[in-house]
Design a binder for this molecule. Structure first.
Ligand SMILES: NC(=O)c1ccc[n+]([C@@H]2O[C@H](COP(=O)([O-])OP(=O)(O)OC[C@H]3O[C@@H](n4cnc5c(N)ncnc54)[C@H](O)[C@@H]3O)[C@@H](O)[C@H]2O)c1
Length: 397
């Protein structure tokens, strides 16, 4: 007995070539795989080819993650007529070269954060993106946490005036995977590859998030960065953020923690903290924003919840409301499950893929743009310059 075939997908294809197949490679694959299953997209994203330097490993990744083909030469993929979009999931030292080559070859680009390893590289990338946009070639930087529904909801509440004028921003990104001084070296601890340490890896996220949520930009900073452990075992294998330690040792060339104060363009003042040494904090992105009319508070370790305080509430019952951001009126949620059936880390990547496909199809600039990525890069550079100069006030230029 044969069963009727499902109708063919009539949508035009958006064929993707992804460079890198490890942590972000797996997360982005999940995004591309799932987005068209839950969101009604105008184009059909096709997982065409995946790129890595080791043929056996990338072949295995292609099968596991669901890519049609694999390749060991990113330049061949960037130039290929069989690919429409390049998704850059490699360490920061490769972003500029791959993304600019892809834009120049007429490919849309999704590039992981931080956009680059220096302001100069980020400027070149933003210029290439602007030029490409004139021909309808789109680009986006992967500050994924913007697309957590509770975060997008906070942004919407602030934009609608519920918090009034923003006075204070408190932002932390706390992890603990380096707190053990024998946790092994990886590319994230090598300035040549990563650009900076906690500052660029996780501090970049809270810089982007707070600029996005407030709709304001950071105009100046005073910063302090610190390396607690300057030598570690070299890793013999890599998995997730870290890996397995060998017997050889090597230098740590980036910061372990970064603290800074900042001013926003609307007059708000802010504190920022990024560390991978906060024992017990696994992926604690905590943002609290106080305005003239109320506050919002978010913690990624309870990512489906947004806390909101309305200063106009009756005094007797006033208090932070714990909004479970899983109702279909909340951003992105209508595409998913019934209320209270929470979302997880991977959903941000699905939302990112869905938004990018819609923007490309509708000929709109996706956000965050490479210009937004450059703005973050300028803040990172100002924090480093401030710290190097003895924690002096430094304007973001
Ligand atoms: N959006 C987020 O929340 C988030 C989270 C983690 C990492 N990131 C960013 O994603 C990027 C990748 O990080 P990751 O954690 O996936 O790293 P990873 O080490 O897990 O994976 C890096 C991949 O890039 C490949 N690679 C490295 N150099 C290459 C080259 N020259 N040519 C081709 N392939 C190369 C590696 O083989 C590996 O597959 C970084 O920019 C990082 O900052 C973003």
């Amino acid at each position: 007995m044969s069963f009727p075939a499902a109708p063919a997908d009539e949508r035009a294809e958006l064929r993707i070539g992804m460079i890198g197949y490890s942590f972000m490679g797996a997360a982005h694959s999940q995004g591309w795989r799932v987005a068209p299953k839950f969101f009604d997209l105008p184009l059909n994203p096709v997982m065409k080819t995946i790129v890595g330097r080791n043929a056996d490993a990338v072949a295995q990744a292609a099968t596991q993650l669901g890519w049609q083909t694999y390749n060991t030469d990113w330049r061949a993929v960037v130039e290929s007529d069989e690919v429409d979009l390049i998704d850059v999931c490699t360490p920061g030292d490769t972003h500029a070269e791959i993304a600019i080559a892809a834009l120049n070859a007429g490919k849309h680009v999704l590039c992981e954060k931080p956009l680059a390893n220096s302001v100069e590289e980020a400027e070149e990338m933003a210029a290439a993106a602007e030029k490409a946009a004139e021909k309808g070639i789109r680009s986006m930087v992967g500050f994924t946490y913007r697309r957590v529904p509770a975060v997008t909801l906070a942004r919407d509440l602030i934009a609608s005036g519920k918090l009034g004028a923003i006075r204070q921003v408190r932002a932390q990104y706390l992890q603990d995977w380096l707190a053990d001084e024998n946790a092994p070296l990886s590319w994230r601890l090598d300035k040549e590859k990563a650009g900076s340490g906690a500052l660029g890896d996780i501090g970049a996220h809270i810089i982007d998030l707070t600029q996005y949520m407030t709709g304001e930009s950071i105009t100046g900073v005073t910063g302090m960065i610190e390396t607690f452990v300057d030598e570690r075992p070299v890793s013999i294998s890599h998995s997730g953020l870290s890996g397995e330690a060998g017997t050889e040792r090597g230098p740590v060339t980036v910061d372990d923690a970064a603290l800074f104060l900042a001013r926003f363009s609307g007059g708000a003042i802010a504190t920022f903290e990024a560390t991978r040494f906060a024992w017990g904090r696994k992926n604690a992105i905590r943002i609290e924003i106080n305005g003239t009319k109320g506050s919002v508070a978010f913690d990624f370790e309870d990512m489906n919840v947004l806390e909101f305080y309305d200063a106009g509430d009756d005094q007797q019952t006033a208090g932070f409301r714990r909004i479970i951001a899983t109702e279909d009126v909340h951003p992105y949620v209508a595409a998913w499950w019934p209320p209270g059936h929470g979302l997880g880390y991977e959903h941000g990547f699905v939302h990112q893929a869905a938004d990018l496909v819609q923007d490309i199809a509708n000929d709109r600039q996706p956000l965050p743009s490479f210009a937004d990525g450059l703005a973050v890069q300028r803040v990172l550079a100002a924090v480093e310059a401030s710290s190097d100069a003895g924690t002096v006030w430094t304007n973001v230029t």
